[in-house]
Design a protein around this ligand. Structure first.
Ligand code: ADP
Ligand code: MG
Length: 640
């Protein structure tokens, strides 16, 4: 490369479309020192495996790792473009090609790059992080992609600090992904390990777990040369850098035209996953190695997981056993605790009850105390009052004793008076008996049979008819009644008493009232009214409600006097109502009318009618009701 080209690289570092004349002349990739083959022994892994570490990283069987910088190109293939990745400035290309990148950061260094070749500045910058490049407007066909790497950041290592994968295009490639799931189910003491192998379609991987430092160390270029890629009709080429540990880094990307090769028809081979029976195609010899290695790695992982599973199972079993023992112990403790809790609870209950009782008693006691205090205060007040009264009485007693020296005499005198009073009571009773006897003798003296004559006033009808009274009441006070005959002759009648039309019910009863006392003294008394119909018998005996007659008033007096005498005598009063009509006796209180009644004489002065209804009465209202009943029965008979 000429100086002008070198300057061009420096000025537009990130992206450069190479002059096809210059690049297409002389770089012989085949003669370059190829790490994959020549440095095989030097790149042995630590376990002494003969397989190169670099081999396991390169996925494309046609690609090689070259541990030197981009120098003096003499390659036969046409270089389409060169990207100086990680440079700061950007310049638009004159070419029809276009590119863009996505993600990542840039990094530059001034450090010397050993074996950096003619364009060692390429390696003094890099793009870092997970990123991708997309180059557009390429002619469809096959291309070689060369990637230029160098570790310029972590120059002291260690290995494995930057491990990444590189994918190219969006072609379908097989990638074995293994998922492992641990599932512990403690209760059943089962441990399950599920391993799933999955084939995923993605971009073609050209570098796997690529670690620059582990191959060439730091500040030394490392090229991946000749990764073959096919650009389809869309003319685009994609490169994706994806970190496994740390972030990917790339310093340069070179795209070259690849000569057309007739692709031999390969017999497709498949391997079957032991775990998931998934079939995976062997795409190439190198991939075969790689996949076999990956499978071995995963199988190793599976075995490790299985071992771990066994260990975990054992641990689980042990844990389960100890847990069971602990659980039994816990159950016992829990039962003890339950018992104790129950006992505590019942004790609490008892205590609560006792406390309640105590509270009741104390409140009762307090109430009692209060009431007692009040009572005591009252009593004290009363005692004070009583003391005062006592003192007063004492004084009065003293006064009395002083004023009445002959108190004993007085007591004797009072006793004598009491005796006298008793004697007087006896005498009073004797006198009462005598008085009754005398009273009744007076009544008898007045006549055992007394005849009174009552003249009613002329009725309205009689007045209207022009009737005039023929009775002369001039000597009525002496019990004499004169009846005028033919207007001149006068016939005189003599009675015990004559009631003129002016005499009312009260006047008539005044003569009957003493008879009530005789009745209650044990004498038989009979009052009956005699006269022509319409002369006033019923009016005299019964009267009206507003103007009661002899019957009612007599019985009223009977109850009054019996009440007065209730301390000395008990009276049973009964009422019978009968009618004598046409010499026939009819019981007006009887319910059976057919019964025949007769008046019988039991002894001298004592007559009775066997079978007559005797209605017991205790007050005047009952008497009135009975009389009304009798009166109604009589009216009924009259109507019939
Ligand atoms: P008797 O029972 O004798 O057949 P009453 O008692 O039925 O007669 O009396 C006949 C009428 O005369 C009744 O209307 C009654 O009110 C009236 N009568 C009777 N006596 C008196 C009197 N002293 N004063 C006013 N009216 C009387
Ligand atoms: Mg009558």
């Amino acid at each position: 490369m000429e100086n002008s080209e070198s300057a061009s690289f420096e000025q537009n570092p990130e992206f450069h479309v190479a002059d096809r004349c210059v690049f297409s002349s002389s770089f012989d990739w085949g003669k370059s020192r190829i790490l994959n083959q020549e440095t095989l022994s030097s790149a042995m892994d630590e376990d002494g495996n003969e397989e190169s570490v670099a081999d396991s990283m390169v996925c494309d069987s046609g690609a090689r790792l070259v541990p030197s910088g981009f120098a003096n190109p003499c390659c036969t293939e046409e270089i389409m473009l060169f990207i100086n990745a990680g440079a700061t400035a950007l310049r638009e290309s004159d070419s029809a090609l276009s590119e863009f990148f996505e993600g990542g950061d840039t990094f530059q260094t001034e450090e010397f790059i050993a074996e950096g070749g003619e364009f060692s500045f390429i390696y003094q910058s890099a793009r870092l992080g997970d990123f991708c490049y997309r180059i557009e407007n390429l002619l469809p066909g096959d291309y070689f992609v060369d990637l230029h790497f160098v570790e310029i950041i972590n120059t002291y290592g260690p290995k494995g600090m930057r491990v990444f994968n590189v994918f190219m295009q969006d072609e379908k490639a097989s990638e074995l992904i293994m998922y492992s799931f641990w599932c512990f189910i403690m209760s059943k003491l089962e441990v399950m390990l599920l391993v799933t192998c999955k084939l995923q379609s993605s971009s073609m991987q050209i570098l796997s777990d690529f670690d620059i430092f582990s191959i060439v160390g730091s500040n030394k270029p490392l090229q991946l040369v000749g990764a073959r890629v096919c650009v389809k009709d869309d003319g685009s080429l994609a490169l994706r850098f994806e970190g496994t540990l740390g972030s990917p880094a790339v310093s340069g990307i070179c795209v070259r035209r690849a000569p057309k090769t007739s692709a031999p028809q390969q017999n497709r081979e498949y391997f079957v996953c032991k775990n998931c029976s998934a079939e995976t195609e062997y795409p190439s010899a190198q991939k075969k190695v790689l996949q076999a290695k990956t499978i071995a790695k995963y199988e190793k992982n599976i075995q490790e997981l299985k071992d771990m599973l066994q260990r975990k199972s054992d641990e689980c079993y042990q844990s389960w056993m100890s847990w069971t023992a602990a659980n039994e112990q816990l159950q016992k403790v829990r039962m003890d605790l339950d018992k104790k809790t129950f006992r505590t609870y019942s004790l609490d209950q008892t205590l609560e009850k006792q406390a309640d009782k105590l509270r009741d008693i104390s409140s009762k006691y307090e109430n009692d105390q209060k009431s007692w205090k009040v009572a005591i205060n009252n009593l004290e007040q009363k005692v004070k009052v009583m003391k005062r009264e006592h003192a007063q009485l004492s004084r009065e007693a003293h006064d009395c004793a002083d004023s009445i020296p002959n108190l004993n005499k007085m007591v004797f005198a009072v006793q004598a008076l009491v005796e006298q009073c008793e004697d007087l009571k006896v005498k009073y009773n004797e006198e009462q008996v005598k008085r009754r006897k005398l009273f009744n003798q007076v009544q008898e003296a007045k006549g055992n049979i007394r005849v009174f004559c009552r003249c009613r006033p002329l009725s309205k009808t009689e007045h209207v008819a022009g009737c005039a009274s023929v009775v002369d009441f001039d000597a009525a006070k002496d019990g004499e009644l004169g009846v005028l005959s033919n207007g001149s002759t006068k016939k005189t009648f003599k009675f015990d008493r004559v009631y003129t039309p002016k005499d009312d019910q009260v006047d008539v009863f005044a003569d009957a009232a003493p008879m009530v006392i005789s009745v209650l003294d044990g004498y038989n008394v009979c009052i009956f009214a005699y006269g022509q119909t319409g002369t006033g018998k019923t009016f005299t005996m019964e009267g009206t409600e507003a103007n009661r007659g002899v019957n009612y008033r007599t019985l009223e007096e009977l109850f009054r006097i019996s009440k007065e005498r209730k301390d000395t005598c008990t009276y049973n009063i009964s009422v019978s109502v009968l009618e004598v009509y046409n010499e026939q006796i009819r019981d007006l209180l009887a319910t059976e009318t057919s019964k025949k009644l007769e008046i019988k004489q039991a002894s001298e002065g004592f007559h009775h009618i066997p079978g007559i209804v005797e209605a017991k009465v205790e007050n005047i209202q009952q008497v009135w009701n009975v009389l009304q009943a009798g009166s109604s029965a009589r009216l009924l008979v009259l109507i019939m």
